[in-house]
Design a protein around this ligand. Structure first.
Ligand code: ATP
Ligand code: MG
Length: 256
């Protein structure tokens, strides 16, 4: 992640996701449980580097039904984060197709991708990426406010209460523990009720006990919300809690 951050500004400041400028109200994305929500065919991602083109994703095929939970495993550099970035519309595929609820991401411009991301996709990163000058309530509400959600503050408060932080609404991120900060990030991702929740090593910065609390919340809340969860982790036990696993190596699916 660090090496990528140096190269790709979108990955360097993922909370910019929240600031996607956008106008109309979110449109509900209704895909009944069990129906295909994500469809990936022969996905390829090649990016330039000073040493020449890097083939990061080399022909990934994946179908995900609404409501599924998928644990994504693989060695460092195998393409896990890159796959999530493509699904979030933050990285454009160089080959193949990626459909989210029927939208072919490859055919959309930046604004349309930003709308899909804002309306349908929640993201939780290893680093919490909270805005340091905003309170917990503001951090969770700001994306919805920008989207014109009338009850943004109320929904933000409810989401923070759901992660056990109803008593920390006015704290700044710097006044929270790591586990609390990740719970704010979780509330921020889930409050807009996304169809898809992308989590990239969400407990990577937390101790084991705190991580276990955050993961329990992640599963519980994603399940309650009917969200489809793609969870990148290096922890096989955690991946095993998901409905199924996807193993990547060198930009390919080696076991699914
Ligand atoms: N913008 C970029 N330009 C060039 N190469 C890149 C870029 N972004 C990622 N890579 C390379 O793509 C490969 C996959 O990176 P990615 O971050 O997806 O791996 P990962 O499986 O998430 O690894 P980790 O477990 O360490 O987080 C790495 O070898 C990385 O160096
Ligand atoms: Mg990664």
């Amino acid at each position: 992640m660090t090496k990528i951050a140096a190269l790709n500004p979108a990955r360097q400041a993922p909370y910019a996701v929240l600031m996607d400028a956008i106008s109309p109200l979110p449109t509900p994305l209704i895909v009944p449980p069990g129906r295909t929500l994500i469809e990936i065919h022969d996905l390829r991602l090649t990016l330039p580097s000073v040493a020449g083109p890097v083939n990061i994703l080399r022909g990934i095929d994946l179908m995900v039904a609404a409501g599924e939970t998928i644990g994504i495993l693989g060695p460092s550099g195998s393409g896990k984060t890159s796959l999530l970035m493509v699904l979030a519309g933050l990285e454009s595929p160089t080959g193949g197709t990626v459909r989210v609820a029927g939208h072919n991401l490859g055919g959309l411009d930046e604004d349309a991708l930003a709308r899909i991301r804002r309306d349908h996709i929640g993201i939780v990163f290893q680093a919490f990426h909270l805005i340091p000058t905003m309170t917990t309530l503001e951090n969770v509400a700001v994306g919805m406010e920008l989207a014109g959600v009338v009850e943004a503050l109320g929904r933000a408060q409810a989401a923070l209460e759901a992660v056990g932080l109803g008593h920390r609404l006015t704290h700044l991120p710097g006044q929270l523990s790591g586990g609390e900060q990740q719970r704010v990030a979780l509330a921020r991702a889930l409050a807009p009720r996304p169809a898809v929740l992308l989590a990239d090593e969400p407990t990577g910065n937390l101790d084991q006990a705190t991580g276990a609390i955050v993961i329990d919340l992640l599963f519980t809340l994603a399940c309650e919300a009917g969200a489809t969860l793609l969870l990148v982790t290096h922890d096989p036990a955690l991946a095993a809690r998901c409905g199924r696993e996807l193993h990547l190596a060198d930009g390919r699916v080696v076991h699914a």
